[in-house]
Design a protein around this ligand. Structure first.
Ligand code: FNR
Ligand code: LAC
Length: 408
């Protein structure tokens, strides 16, 4: 017996939706049953439609809700959590929501140019996948599936040092551009070797995590008893340490076995002495540090509060961005992450001077819900939302997105 909802779907309302909705064609994991654009005739129809919408992720927060249901609890807590009281986590969202947009009408937006240039690389759109740890927590193929998903959507993936699959295998699976993120480890020779491995397999830029001499206060991890399950490993760190176990400091300590709390600017000079690809410093929040980053020879910076996972009560990055942009004055590219969930957020970050943005948690939720297809769809959703935001604000090219898009 077909349900009321099946009838609605097969009766063409899904087709109506398909002709009206811009091209976020549902990926294979999601059955095309959405019926947007349908004129609701009866309350029964309305109920069926609302059920259809409820069950299927159409925006990034829907993926979060589904991942909360489907991912192992410990993994979800680790991924979604922020530091301490999660004040910055809340602010990261509130600040984007507070910014209002100032559109222009009668601008020809029949063609949109979403391309941006970073270093000598042209990105088809200004959204990258931020480096995140331990993808096999939520999907058996882990970073391999993420790489495939990113490639299918045309997004650059920043592979993480704390991957559960070696960077060589991620590179083999990748069909799109790859960057690499690393910490500068206590073992400098190992760090150098790891960077050279990443360069050797074609990673086109290096993101040096600069905001983590110690790990933030992760109450949520502690409450969920988070540690890397025994069947998973920090695959890039073979030969360095026991690759499983816990990265949390021993009881009563704040220092971890591998992160180096003694790092200073001279390490960046050391790193630049052998790096063959552009070096970006990730985790810049202070304009004075942006200046020092340029002086130390960084090719770019990432304004990031680590997705609110490190120092709680630092401001949201979108509030800090304008000051950093002023200081940098166009000398090097500025990327920005932390809290970006909508195409309008991407528009706002670019309006305030970012050259590109990164998303973290949302694609992990996509991975948890739908594997590589879920990652692809998360990227396609936010990319298309960004295009809609460009069109409706009357900014047809990334170059035309400036401060005037923000309502004063
Ligand atoms: C991260 N992030 C991160 N950053 C980094 O430099 N090295 C790392 O190993 C990790 N690991 C990591 C794990 C998980 C589960 C998350 C959620 C985040 C931070 C990441 O690169 C990025 O800065 C934030 O995720 C951006 O914020 P949103 O988009 O998650 O709000
Ligand atoms: C995190 C570390 C791994 O944010 O950077 O969980």
């Amino acid at each position: 017996m077909p349900t009321r909802r099946d009838v609605l779907i097969s009766s063409g309302s899904a087709l109506v939706g398909a002709t009206l909705l811009p091209g976020t064609a549902p990926a294979s994991e999601i059955k095309p049953k959405r019926a947007s654009g349908h004129t609701v005739a009866t309350s029964e129809d309305a109920e069926a439609l609302s059920a259809a919408v409820d069950s299927e992720p159409v925006c990034l927060s829907d993926y979060e809700a589904l991942a909360r249901e489907r991912a192992p609890k410990m993994a979800f807590e680790y991924i979604s959590g922020g530091a301490a009281d999660e004040i910055t986590l809340k602010w990261n969202r509130e600040s984007y929501d507070k910014l209002r947009l100032q559109p222009r009408i009668f601008v020809d937006v029949s063609k949109l140019d979403t391309r941006v240039k970073l270093f000598d690389q042209e990105l088809p759109f200004p959204i990258l996948l931020a480096p995140t740890a331990y993808h096999r927590l939520v999907h058996p193929e882990g970073e391999i599936a993420t790489a495939r998903g990113a490639g299918a959507a045309g997004a650059t993936m920043v592979a993480g040092m704390l991957a559960t699959v070696p960077v060589e295998d991620i590179a083999k699976a990748a069909t799109g551009p790859l960057w690499f993120q690393t910490y500068i480890l206590k073992d400098r020779a190992f760090t150098r070797d790891l960077i050279q491995r990443a360069e050797g397999v074609g990673c086109k830029a290096l993101c040096i995590t600069s905001d983590s001499p110690v790990v933030g206060v992760r109450n949520r991890d502690a409450r969920a008893n988070f540690s890397l399950p025994p069947n998973l490993e920090r695959a890039n760190l073979r030969g360095l340490m026991r690759t499983g176990g816990n990265l949390r400091p021993p009881e009563g300590d704040i220092y971890t076995p591998i992160l180096d709390a003694s790092l200073t600017w001279k390490e960046i000079e050391w790193l630049r002495s052998f790096a063959r690809v552009p070096v970006l410093l990730k985790g810049v929040l202070n304009p004075d540090d942006a200046e020092l980053a340029i002086k130390s020879g960084a090719s770019g910076i990432i304004v990031s509060n680590h997705g609110a996972r490190n120092l709680d009560t630092v401001p949201p990055t979108i509030d800090i961005l304008p000051e950093v942009v002023d200081k940098v004055a166009g000398r090097i590219p500025i990327l920005c992450d932390s809290g970006i969930r909508r195409g309008t957020d991407v528009l706002k970050a670019l309006a305030l001077g970012a050259n590109a943005v990164l998303i973290g948690r949302p694609y992990l939720y996509g991975l948890a819900v739908g594997g590589d297809a879920g990652v692809t769809r998360v990227i396609n959703i936010i990319k298309n939302e960004f295009k809609v935001a460009m069109a409706l604000s009357g900014r047809p090219t990334t170059a035309s997105i400036d401060g005037s898009v923000i309502w004063k």
